[in-house]
Design a protein around this ligand. Structure first.
Ligand SMILES: C[S@@+](CC[C@H](N)C(=O)[O-])C[C@H]1O[C@@H](n2cnc3c(N)ncnc32)[C@H](O)[C@@H]1O
Length: 347
């Protein structure tokens, strides 16, 4: 029997594993089955122990806790696909001719770490993910340079902005995926996934917990609300921050633990009471399945979940990458046989 091809992944900046879970598949979300993909994660890394704790509770592989800048590439096992949502907020495109990427602080260096691993390990494919703001960073000058830097690693590079709510996620989170292929035929064959829920996105009401079971600690106090009602912030809060239950949620951030009645993050108004989301609701809004375990402190959960790539969105992207890889592999497997036939005829 033919052995099924399995593609290995090394995952950088793994967080609690949103990207990794999506890449592996084999879970259900909102009654839809996201089949297991032919993927085996052989390495994951994050420097945040609290995120690694959540990761470890949900994957058989243990997340390596380290600063990527201190990890020599040779310590990372060989792999077919490198994944990573690198932090990008601090690029500088200083006046240079020709223009090149610099970095203003330590965080800006992390993109170069991903390039370092790509150059050294030469995976077949890399999948990088980032916020939509990367497109406009540094007066739109940083993004083309980022793409160029990836191309200079020896890859054919394509990118797209995907809105999670168009792919079965009850959230309007928009993320840029930058995907590089070593093989030109796979690059040519690859297509970003087609939206699955463009006209009928899942809505917030589908993923909220039963209101009668919400702990009191998630509600804002009457006093805080009364205080706010006297200020001009109150109208803007009701317009922007209070989420409609019949729509996908606005983008969740990583600082939901600090959400207060005066901050700018999405909140809920149900039965005339204002409250924040519970960690389980954040997990669902991000499309984590119910089977995903949420251990540890609330603060760490909100941060790691809020930082995550929605698993369902990542599943769609990985599925498209795998389809292109398999398609080209199948064609290549057929080709030598024809060549052999031609040679036989020539003899
Ligand atoms: C956007 S989050 C990644 C989310 C993850 N891809 C997911 O889907 O769950 C970025 C991650 O990079 C990690 N990180 C930031 N700087 C790092 C460094 N120098 N070394 C390793 N990890 C780092 C953060 O702890 C954070 O978990």
């Amino acid at each position: 029997m033919k052995k099924k091809q399995i593609y290995t992944i090394a995952s950088l900046f793994s967080g609690c594993g949103g990207m990794d879970l999506g890449a592996e598949g084999g879970f259900q979300f909102l009654h839809k089955n996201y089949k297991k993909l032919p993927i085996k994660i052989v390495y994951s890394l994050d420097w945040e122990p609290s995120a690694a704790k959540i990761y470890d509770a949900n994957f058989s592989l243990k997340c390596h806790v380290a600063d990527i800048r201190n990890v020599p590439s040779k310590q990372i096992p060989n792999h077919d696909i490198l994944t990573g949502g690198f932090p990008c907020q601090s690029f500088s495109v200083v006046a240079q001719n020709p223009k090149r990427l610099g970095y203003k602080d330590e965080k800006g260096k992390l993109f170069f770490e991903m390039c370092r691993v790509i150059r050294s390990k030469k995976p077949k494919v890399f999948i990088a993910e980032n916020v939509k703001g990367i497109l406009s960073a540094n007066k739109k000058e940083a993004f083309p340079l980022i793409v160029k830097e990836f191309e200079n690693c020896g890859y054919y590079v394509t990118y797209a902005t995907l809105n999670s709510s168009h792919f079965g996620v009850p959230q309007k989170r928009e993320r840029v995926f930058i995907i590089g292929f070593k093989n030109k035929s796979v690059f040519d064959d690859f297509k970003f996934p087609e939206p699955t829920t463009f006209n009928k996105p899942p809505i917030l009401a589908q993923v909220l917990e039963n209101e009668s079971e919400i702990d009191n600690k998630y509600y804002f106090s009457e006093r805080a609300i009364a205080g706010l009602q006297k200020t001009k912030h109150f109208t803007s809060m009701n317009k922007g921050r209070v989420q409609s239950l019949d729509k996908p949620c606005n983008t969740l951030g990583a600082h939901l633990a600090k959400v207060s009645i005066n901050s700018t993050d999405p909140i809920l108004l149900i039965n005339n009471r204002y409250r924040m989301f519970t960690p389980r609701e954040v997990a669902r809004i991000q499309s984590f399945p119910e089977s995903f375990k949420l251990p540890g402190a609330k603060t760490a959960l909100y941060r790691a979940l809020g930082n995550a790539v929605p698993p369902v969105l990542m599943w769609e992207v990985t599925n498209s990458v795998i389809e292109a890889m398999i398609q080209v592999k199948n064609l290549e497997q057929k080709r030598p046989r024809y060549k052999q036939l031609e040679l036989d005829l020539l003899v």
